[in-house]
Design a protein around this ligand. Sequence first.
Ligand code: 4AD
Ligand code: MG
Length: 447
Amino acid sequence: MLKEAIFIKLCPPVYRLLEYNRTHKASEVPQLPQGTEVKLLGWVAVKNLVGGVVFLRLRDGSGFIQLSGRRGSIPEEAWDEAAKATTESAVYAEGTVKEDRRAPFGKEVAITRFKVIAGAEPWPLRKSLLKSRSALYDLRHLSIRGLKTASMIKIRSELMRSVFDYFYDRGYVYIQTPILVGSAVEGGATLFSLKYFDETAYLSQSAQLYEEAAILSLDRVFILQPAFRAEKSKTARHLTEFWMIESELAFTELDELLTVEEELVHHMAEHVSLSCSRELDALGKKIVVPDPPFPKIDYEEALQIAERKGVRLEWGEDLGTEAERIVSQSFEKPVFVKGYPLSARSFYHMEDPHRKGVSLSADLLAGGVEIATGGQRIHEYEVLMKRVEEHGLDPERMKWYLDLRKYGMPPHSGFGLGVERALKWMLDLKHIRSASIFPRTTSRLYP
Ligand code: 4AD
Ligand code: MG
């Protein structure tokens, strides 16, 4: 007796859920014939009591379905439970599928049994709160239940699937590289550091250097994992933690790399557009799938386009927010900007043998922002060592990376594409944080 009481106390949900097994998901109900008995589990999205009839909109992750019951016509216990269920309570419902022209999808479930499994306090997400973006993100742990945010998360899930499909179908190997690293890839200014026993470690800015080691074993690899940047700038396109798709290809020069990038971007957009029609409708968005080839312009042409719109930059500077927006918006499709000056690039970029001071690299701009950076890497030891020194990097920390150039390193290229930036472009999002379930920015570590 005592044992049983302890069990119930410790594990009440499991103990109670045994009798509340579901037979269907909400999204399946409209396809079921009238009279089908169903058992559902989910949350109360909306509840209305009208003239002795309770109407509930049940949400269960797959979709929504209307439930209804009339007082006196359904068992008293079911009525009491349904009448007391508050918005966002977790509930169990049994009932019969019924055609009803007034119900969304033309079908509803006539309640025969109802149980509140976990009640909910008054829902704090009120209309007045919704006006403040920041307040909404303070309550992100709750606001993700909304149809729009849930749709966004599902779209992101499909985007991830499309990335895996693209690379696996073409024989690339998926590798996972360390998040805790000893040196910078993209410069020291955006490194998060932490104490690592007696040393300093950093959160990885990019998997690239490890991918370069891996291609010597596997030829073509990709990663899909978080990257970290201590970006001080509060902009609508920077996160401090974001997810990056990166790929590295042995025996590959820049032009072939750009073909891979544009095919991947096309594949991602096409897959999301075909597989997420319900979610895109919920967001009121339509994806324009860009067909390769994408336009490719030189950095100098990009400077001219920006200058014509009033943004003047010196040769050698990075394009920056305004110029990227102007250049990107001058093209209907995503556009590659090639031939960035070495001075605007990280240490590993290869110099164009025909243009002094110019790198063999390209950024992909879309929706007004840079969504990817790629390029050919230095594959010769002496050249790389010279560059490491010019950039004031510690050759000791770079030893293993330099070492790769001593043991059969062929010409090779790779790129990194930000998942949230890609979504920002595809869905024309105002702010990049909407693309992340729990975004991390300079001012946000919770929830
Ligand atoms: O241009 P980045 O810094 O390039 C690299 O890290 C290379 N090592 C990648 C490679 O060649 N393997 O970053 C690549 C992409 C950017 O184009 C952008 O889409 C995204 O990562 N990104 C960010 N996204 C959100 N917030 C930030 N703070 C980002 N920084 C970069
Ligand atoms: Mg970049």
